[in-house]
Design a protein around this ligand. Structure first.
Ligand code: SF4
Ligand code: SF4
Length: 383
């Protein structure tokens, strides 16, 4: 590990990169009360904001890597402090100085893979579209109704490839004219930006934007809320704008317009987990619920924490790539909340959430009784 940055330099960099909102903090501690970390371990965003304001943060500390950027504390802060930016600014400094604690070292490998292959798994770029081999999927050409952008998890992860396949089946059933980028697709860059690697984010974003422009893309359908957030809210920083639709919104549109009709009864008790980057960060709460409530025979029920108060799965802010010790996993708590309301299926709409809940269901006694599904998979069952 290299020598940490001098204190004054840290304070200056934070103010330059993170803005001045930290200085409004009056240390009320609401951020700590609402943070999901405080259900599993001790963590204080209030303390981080305080230290960052005065340049007193030790950038080697584990704590600056804990925030999952779930968005709960910025929504509750009475002083308008941007806590997520505080954390990300510190990570940018840590990245510049190579000051990574042991728990964060997987990020170095992930960064190398993103740069070389465009995905975080150290898998070949040439195999990115292998998931689509036995399906009826075209390469995107100008004039198609939309570009489908499955993202890294749905392209490479064996569990999540099933969601990509379900998406394709639904789009074909509804007669949607769509195509994919195939091996040209790159990671959207959302999570690596949250780990502080701004240069790599810009590299990935520029490659994707160039492809979108070269191919005349206007409308992009995504399965991951992380791609959704980045394309919709962060790519406009490069002076571009595309129409971005998440699959949960598109399913709602397809059903409302009569292009897709559920015909088979589900006859199951289901609940829905709002992914942070779809719900709290982007306000998409109603469309997935409208879809699930319209499934014949399904009994929809809410969990204790839902919509704006949804409980983070633990995968945001680059945490999906870090090892979280047993006993500190938010997903264990969330799964228990689903079991507590008697749900037979926990439905969500994010590859990180599905990955974390599936891991939790393998280690929890109660969790074994519950299925974890993407909204696309559950719709595929009834059409
Ligand atoms: S909620 Fe806002 S004002 Fe209160 S301690 Fe946290 S950052 Fe400071
Ligand atoms: S954004 Fe979420 S995880 Fe991060 S400090 Fe706030 S409440 Fe905690």
């Amino acid at each position: 590990m290299e020598t940490a940055a001098p204190i004054k330099e840290i304070a200056d960099i934070i103010l330059e990169k993170g803005g001045t909102s930290f200085q409004f903090c009056y240390q009320c501690g609401i951020c700590d009360v609402v943070c999901p970390w405080n259900k599993v371990a001790t963590f204080s965003m209030r303390k981080i904001v305080r230290q960052a304001t005065f340049g007193l943060t030790e950038i080697e500390q584990e704590d600056i890597w804990r925030c999952t950027t779930c968005g709960t504390c910025p929504q509750r802060c009475p002083r308008g402090v941007n806590q997520i930016e505080a954390g990300v600014s510190l990570r940018r400094i840590a990245t510049e100085y190579g000051a990574f604690p042991a728990s964060v070292t997987p990020i170095v490998t992930v960064s190398g893979s993103l740069m070389a292959e465009g995905n975080p798994f150290d898998l070949e770029r040439a195999k990115r579209a292998d998931w689509a081999k036995d399906l009826s999927v075209k390469t995107y050409t100008e004039g198609m109704e939309l570009l489908y952008f499955p993202g890294c998890y749905l392209s490479y992860d064996p569990r999540m490839k099933k969601v990509a396949a379900a998406t394709v089946n639904i789009l074909n059933k509804a007669g949607v004219d769509f195509g994919i980028l195939g091996a040209k697709e790159n990671c959207c860059g959302e999570s690596i930006r949250k780990t502080g690697n701004e240069d790599l984010f810009k590299h990935l974003a520029k490659e994707n934007i160039k492809n979108f422009i070269d191919l005349g893309v206007k409308k992009i359908l995504v399965s991951s809320p992380h791609c959704y957030h980045t394309f919709k809210n962060e790519y406009p920083e490069f002076n571009v704008k595309f129409e971005i639709v998440h699959m949960s919104e598109f399913l709602s549109d397809l059903m409302n317009s009569g292009r897709l009709t559920p015909v088979r009864p589900l006859e199951k008790k289901i609940t829905y987990h709002d992914p942070c980057y779809l719900g709290r960060h982007n306000g998409v709460f109603d469309q997935p619920r409208n879809v699930l409530k319209s499934l014949p025979g399904a009994q929809f029920t809410e969990m204790e924490y839902f919509r704006e108060n949804s409980f983070c799965c633990g995968g945001g802010g680059g945490r999906i790539w870090m090892e979280t010790p047993k006993g500190e996993r938010f997903s264990d708590h969330r799964l228990k909340q689903a079991v507590d309301v008697g749900a037979e299926v926990l439905v969500t709409a994010c590859p990180y959430c599905i990955t974390n809940f599936t891991d939790s269901s393998l280690s929890l006694e109660d969790g074994r009784a519950i299925e974890i599904k993407d909204i696309t998979e559950i719709v595929q069952e009834v059409i």
